[in-house]
Design a protein around this ligand. Sequence first.
Ligand code: SAM
Length: 233
Amino acid sequence: MSGEDAQHEQQGSAEHRCQERMVLVAHLRRCGIESERVLAAIARIPRERFIPTALSSQAYYDEPLPIGLGQTVSQPTIVAQMTEALELTGTETVLEIGTGSGYQTAVLACLCAKVISIERHEALSREAAARLEDLGVRNAFLHVADGTLGWPAEAPYDAILATGSLPDVPEALLSQLAINGGILVGPVGSRALQHLVAVRRSGVGYTRRTLGGCRFVPLIGKAGWDDEESGAS
Ligand code: SAM
């Protein structure tokens, strides 16, 4: 193949990916996602770069996909719903628990000032960091740690997103939310099934609302689950 042919093929594939993202965005609108900022971020981030090459043709299916070590990148409707619930305007510092592939991190990075993302698997964190670097994401900072305890060094956070399930919302995370309107979103419930909750902190305490049922892989840690029995997301 000549250099020119290769360039045409690459352009064709980039255009095809762009069309796939637009189809996904139309689907997200039909599913009730209203935030134009969130939809624009999803239209911008190439999900195929965050999954194994062998699954690349499924990158824009509305499904969770395996990313190695028994973990998954969440399905786009869940990513969009959780991100929308954080009500980001662009100025916030956000804590994400469960970096995984880095896809959700990249979406958040489009929508806020700074993302701190914690992952317990060093290998996943390293791969995610390389992808984010390749894409030119400069406002995301990754750490390897037990994220169920939060990341006190940079608290308070305007928003906290737990991308794996928890038995309940850990006290440590609540205490790291900004007092005036900090929002935490995450799946809470049993190991098998959870509901998505959004907790808002104010000067007088916390208000909690439920966004619907879901099924996530577990967050393993001191304020999470004990071991690595299977889950899905
Ligand atoms: N947001 C990710 C993405 O876009 O690819 C998907 C996250 S996946 C559903 C949940 C992630 O949480 C997994 O990568 C898992 O290794 C990680 N995890 C589990 N327990 C954790 C803990 N205590 N602290 C930090 N990360 C944890």
